[in-house]
Design a protein around this ligand. Structure first.
Ligand code: EPZ
Length: 426
């Protein structure tokens, strides 16, 4: 397994280009199942999750060419509406093929994703919505067996109220509703920018989706049995952008993020400004710098437009260096503090009380060998390595490769002293 070795260096300075949004690319690639025509997705990041999704689509019978930043998908052999455990266990977002498959082909057999490091990650809301649309759902030996009405017929529009906002749940049902008969109303939806981006693509494909980005989405199913193909360039990755913002603030640097959308990160930007960072839009770009001492700031994660759970670990590292006490609460996932024991090894002072971390700032962190456990925790450890005295080695960086394109090249170009160590100890 690879590791990333970081030595404390100068403040980050320069320009970094933000890649396309992973969490927009994944549902949109699954939406290609709603059409047989050749679809093209542009500004796609070169990430392991993109390769995993391509492998899944090929398994389902699609022809997929991944030449990032471009991915082309078209019908291939007959569709085999089955997503096996071997692929789904690598990436939970594989569950996003469920809605398109059962809406287009009348049936689907998709492995339950299983849990992951940050939580149990149930999909009950996805299944509840599909049942409301006439699907028969059976759970059999770790698989979801879904069948359209009357043994594989067309889904029908329904009113579905989510018990809680779920990003992929909203996306799955938007895609299913696009080919269902009649109108569907989805209530208590996730409002993430990636949900809006999927809706844009579905409408480009001839669907009729209104309200994405709000908590109520209306969909009128297309009369014909499939949608048209699309050609689309996806939005930049707001979590990658937020991660580089935190890295710039942590190192006291001055970084221009090319192709970043300030409007997608208002909650994070507000907290970073309270902490002492100066953040300003410059056309299509965003400049982040920090010269003032870091101030402690409390943060509680919430569904968009609240403070993103995917930025909680990175922000915590920043608070480890602030002059005072910060309280950070995680309300979305049940086990998203695994970066804390690793930060303790680097001299951070963090006390955990259930889903709340009380962070006492320290003057310096100290470099150490640390273990990546999940995607965003890995990013927080890299940021910690940028500011810690001495050398930090982050192991099991395959987690990092799922969501950050060429992170060591991008940070190196900003002046970081960083290298990838191939085949390091696990
Ligand atoms: C999406 O995951 C993102 N992944 C996650 O990003 C992100 O952390 C998460 O949304 C929250 O913003 C993708 O978009 C591919 P949820 P998702 O369904 O859709 C509970 C990353 O780092 N829930 O919005 O799986 C669930 O347990 C990843 O890029 C149910 O109870 O998250 C959680 O507590 C990590 N039943 C909460 O809802 C369900 O049926 C929010 O989960 C579905 C979800």
């Amino acid at each position: 397994m690879d590791a990333i070795r970081i030595r404390c260096g100068p403040p980050l300075c320069g320009r970094v280009r933000i890649s396309g949004a992973k969490n927009a690319a994944l549902p949109i690639l699954c939406a290609t199942l709603l059409s047989d025509g050749p679809s093209r997705l542009r500004n796609v990041p070169a990430l392991r999750d993109i390769e995993t999704t391509a492998a899944l689509l090929r398994f389902l019978g699609r022809t997929v060419t991944v030449e990032t930043p471009e991915v082309n998908v078209a019908a291939g052999s007959d569709v085999r509406p089955e997503a096996p455990y071997e692929l789904v266990k690598q990436m939970r977002a594989s569950v996003l093929v469920l809605g398109p498959l059962v809406a287009r082909f009348g049936r689907a057999k998709v492995s339950l994703p299983g849990g992951c490091a940050i939580g149990t990650r149930p999909i009950d809301q996805h299944l509840k919505g599909l049942e409301a649309m006439g699907c028969t759902i059976q759970l059999d030996r770790g698989y979801v067996l879904a069948e359209g009405p009357a043994g594989g017929g067309r889904l029908r529009g329904a009113e579905v109220c989510f018990d809680l906002p779920t990003v992929t749940g909203t996306e799955n049902l938007m895609m299913a509703a696009s080919l269902a008969k009649g109108r569907t109303t989805l209530v208590n939806c996730a409002r993430e920018p990636e949900v809006e981006e999927l809706a844009r693509v579905l409408n480009k494909m001839g669907a009729e989706v209104n309200g994405a980005g709000t908590d109520v989405i209306h969909v009128v199913g297309a009369e014909r049995g499939e949608l048209a193909p699309f050609d689309h360039a996806i939005i930049p990755d707001r979590i990658e952008a937020g991660t580089y913002m935190v890295a710039a603030a942590a190192t006291g640097g001055d970084v221009l993020l090319e192709s970043a959308r300030l409007e997608d990160l208002e909650a994070l930007v507000s907290k970073l400004r309270q902490a002492g960072a100066e953040i300003a839009a410059e056309g299509e770009n965003v400049r982040v710098r920090r010269t003032a001492p870091l101030r402690p700031v409390n943060a509680t994660t919430a569904p968009h437009p609240g403070f993103p759970t995917d930025m909680q670990a990175q922000f915590m590292v920043l608070m480890c260096l602030a002059q005072g006490e910060s309280v950070i609460s995680e309300t979305i996932f049940e086990n998203r503090f695994m970066h804390v024991p690793e930060l303790h090894r680097m001299g951070a002072r963090i006390a955990l009380r259930g889903h709340t971390a009380i962070v006492h700032g320290v003057p310096r962190l100290r470099g150490a060998s640390v273990m990546a456990t999940d995607l965003r925790a890995s990013a927080s450890l890299v940021i910690a390595g940028l500011v810690a005295e001495g050398e930090t080695e982050v192991r099991r960086v395959y987690h990092l490769d799922r969501g950050y394109e060429r992170i060591e090249a991008k940070l190196g170009a900003l002046g970081a002293n960083i290298e990838r160590v191939k085949g390091a100890d696990a």
